[in-house]
Design a protein around this ligand. Structure first.
Ligand code: S3P
Length: 450
């Protein structure tokens, strides 16, 4: 939905070759963390290339509510005057995190061990998502939480007055849960230990080290063991946010399926805990290359070059890769629709608790557009129609989910008949320039006046 609550129906139809350069915005995960860690440092952190999507703007507002000064200097340059670990003030009103699971879960973590009370809420999507995965480990520190049935928002957290350090084995592969526990551990004397069986995105660990925290990561038989020493003085940083691989996925996948396309997507963060989609696409036969590989701000970065790939084939995606491409399964399923043969995606139960149930949402829309999909609790398969054979012609529901809306608009770019989404408004949460950027490459998108 748009900010005034009206759905924005959008349509995408087959277009000529997509060509040119797609400069996608800053990484969403790193943008949230830049604001939050900036607020917990002592002094001024500067951020270049912050993603100015609604999710991140909601986190900026939340950090102000906890007492940090956040300033927008224009052109993606922001600064945060931090209050230090343990320096958060109690907010006056409800913290509205909008659509953002990352925002609310990380912010719950960073206030959970301060002697303050905060109430959190969000939109209909966020208020339906499970929060016990975060409040359960926070309870081990001594934090209390009262919310709606099923551990859902709105929810009030009472920060622990005398928190104790925690050793926690994360039961689901979730960077948000891991990060919430680490951020809570910052204001606790002693060592907080988080263990994850499967590696999830590690931006929190990398950035905590960059801000001067004492943090170690060890690969053991139990999994990745992360040990954080509490009550550091975090030093303010100058952060250059790399461009978001999860946003890059859309122009890359569009270029692979639209005949004649050749698109350059420069400066994309290729942290191995995020880059699983690109490996998968190459295994499917995609003409996708990494150019000008380099390291920026401690993160591997490259320019991606994607060209039309007429011979894509379905594959079995290794379940061990799921965490490194968890947000990219919706758009992968679109590429799978244009491939020959079946694409099998297993070990993806987490897709059911994202901004929407992403397996249900994609399965319904793909089937309506003539693609065969089967699904179970933690798996789904897409049987590709092959190039030129995707029917299209149907309306898909986006369920307040930006990645669902964008995926179906990509589906329409090479389909026989236009593909419509009931609401493209949520795209603004993570990729506010999606529409002009794709149009500038040659996509044929339109909005309906409602
Ligand atoms: C994120 C973690 C992932 C991902 C989300 C961003 C993060 O969620 O889906 O878009 O920045 O930590 P989970 O932790 O629920 O897997």
């Amino acid at each position: 939905m748009s900010s005034h609550g009206q759905p924005i129906p959008m349509t995408s139809q087959a277009c000529g070759p997509l060509t040119g350069t797609a400069e996608v915005p800053g990484d969403k995960s790193i943008s949230h963390r830049s604001l939050i860690l900036g607020a917990m440092a002592v002094g001024e952190t500067t951020i270049n290339g912050l993603l100015e999507g609604q999710d991140v703007l909601d986190t900026a507002r939340a950090m102000q509510a906890f007492g940090a000064e956040v300033t927008d200097h224009g052109g993606g340059k922001w600064s945060v005057q931090g209050v230090g670990v343990g320096g958060f003030a109690e907010p006056d009103g409800v913290i509205d995190c909008g659509n953002s699971g990352t925002g609310v879960r990380l912010i719950m973590g960073c206030m959970a061990t301060s002697p303050i009370v905060a109430t959190f809420s969000g939109d209909a999507s966020l208020n339906g998502r499970p929060m016990a995965r975060v409040t359960d480990p926070l309870a081990l520190f001594g934090t209390q939480a009262v919310g709606r049935s099923g551990g859902r928002l709105p929810m009030t957290l009472v920060g622990a007055v005398d928190p104790v350090p925690v050793r926690y084995v994360v039961p689901v592969p979730s960077a948000q849960v891991k990060s919430a526990v680490l951020l809570a551990g910052l204001n606790v004397r002693g060592q907080t230990v988080v263990i994850e069986a499967e590696a999830t995105r590690d931006h929190t660990e990398r950035m905590l080290a960059g801000f001067g925290a004492e943090i170690t990561v060890e690969d053991t038989d139990e999994g990745r063991v992360i040990t954080l020493t509490g009550q550091p003085e975090l030093r303010p940083q100058q952060i250059d946010v790399p461009r978001d691989p999860s946003s890059a996925a859309f122009p890359v996948c569009a270029a692979l399926i639209v005949p004649g396309s050749d698109v350059l997507v420069p400066g994309i963060g290729l942290n191995p805990t995020r880059a699983g989609l690109f490996t998968t696409l190459r295994e499917m036969g995609a003409d996708l290359t990494y150019e000008n590989e380099r390291t920026e701000g401690g993160e591997p970065v490259a320019d991606l070059r994607a060209r039309f790939s007429p011979d894509l084939k379905g594959i079995e995606v290794p379940p061990a890769r799921a965490a490194s491409m968890i947000d990219e399964y919706p758009v992968l399923s679109v590429v799978a629709a244009y491939a020959q043969g079946q694409t099998v995606m297993r070990g993806v139960k987490e897709l059911r608790v994202k901004e929407s149930d992403r397996i249900d949402a994609m399965a319904a829309g793909l089937r309506a557009n003539g693609i065969e999909v089967e699904d179970g609790p933690d798996w789904w398969t897409v049987t590709g129609a092959g190039h030129g054979n995707v029917k299209g012609g149907a309306t898909c529901q986006s369920h307040l989910d930006h990645r669902i809306a964008m995926s179906f608009l990509i589906l329409g770019m090479a389909a026989q008949a236009p593909v419509r989404v009931d609401d493209g408004g949520p795209i603004a949460t993570s990729f506010p320039i999606f529409e002009p950027l794709m149009e500038q490459l040659g996509a044929a998108l339109s909005r309906e006046d409602v």
